[in-house]
Design a protein around this ligand. Structure first.
Ligand code: URA
Length: 248
């Protein structure tokens, strides 16, 4: 159910809150995307040297700060590592830093970031409760889309971040993040509303629209609210399952 505080946040987002009396049950299907044949070998080949898989937070942060694995190091002001609770149960993963993030060294601090923070609050969480990262740690010039080779170069860092956080649920924020994380070219409309998985331990992952897209297309905010409701319901179920496994 939606509580009064969340209604206030949603109204601030311009979302008319409407919860159908007979809301459909959450998709029970777990969709595990197989990477397209063209992408799969690239992802494997790009895995960072084995030592990166064992880096602790400080070592990983230092490795990202020193990274020159792709040309973006030449144009960045600084790397944008990620921010939040290192033991968060929720992890939000976007596309790449923009101009403001490149300047401040923190993900999602511009206009889109403010909307993401409101979306997090609509889930009943605070920004500092979750962990926020991007597929790319460096800003692509002129905010162009990440090149596949750049995403592949950064992937080992992201996989290690996810392994260190070990979240209950990952939210892929936007089409580019979702398609990169799932190594698929499936349109976002088909990725939403399903439960996917990411990485070595098949962390559950759901997809929603990017806040920058929602700022351009406010009519889609209702769908993003549906995604958040699905995510919250799934999260509760996953936590329950993990608690009962702990009791078994
Ligand atoms: N968009 C993203 O995907 N990530 C950011 O950090 C900022 C804007």
């Amino acid at each position: 159910m939606v509580d009064a505080r969340q209604v206030a946040y949603l109204q601030a987002l311009g979302v008319d809150v409407y919860v159908p009396r007979n809301a459909p049950p959450l998709h029970a299907v777990v969709v595990v995307d197989a990477p397209p044949a063209a992408l799969a070998p690239a992802i494997k080949a790009a895995a960072l040297p084995a030592v990166a898989a064992n880096l602790d937070w400080d070592e990983l942060r230092a490795a990202v700060a020193a990274c020159q694995r792709c040309d973006l190091h030449a144009t960045r002001t600084q790397t944008v590592f990620g921010v939040g609770n290192p033991q968060a149960r929720w992890m939000f993963i976007g596309e790449a830093p923009g101009a403001e993030e490149d300047k401040q060294g923190e993900p999602f601090v511009g206009r889109a970031g403010q909307l993401l923070t409101s979306m997090i609050r609509a889930l009943g969480l605070r920004r500092e409760d979750v962990f926020i990262a991007n597929v790319l740690k460096c800003r692509p010039p002129d905010n162009r889309d990440p090149k596949p080779s750049e995403a592949v170069s950064c992937r080992g860092f992201l996989e290690r971040q996810v392994a260190l956080v070990n979240p209950t649920l990952i939210i892929a924020v936007g089409r580019i993040a979702a398609q990169n994380l799932l190594a698929t070219e499936t349109p976002i409309a088909k990725l939403r509303g399903k439960v996917h998985s990411f990485g070595a331990q098949a962390w559950p992952l759901v997809v929603t629209y990017h806040p920058a897209y929602l700022l351009r297309s406010p009519g889609e905010k209702r769908k993003s609210w549906q995604d958040l409701l699905h995510a919250r319901q799934l999260f509760g179920r996953l936590e329950q399952e993990s608690a009962s496994r702990g009791r078994a």
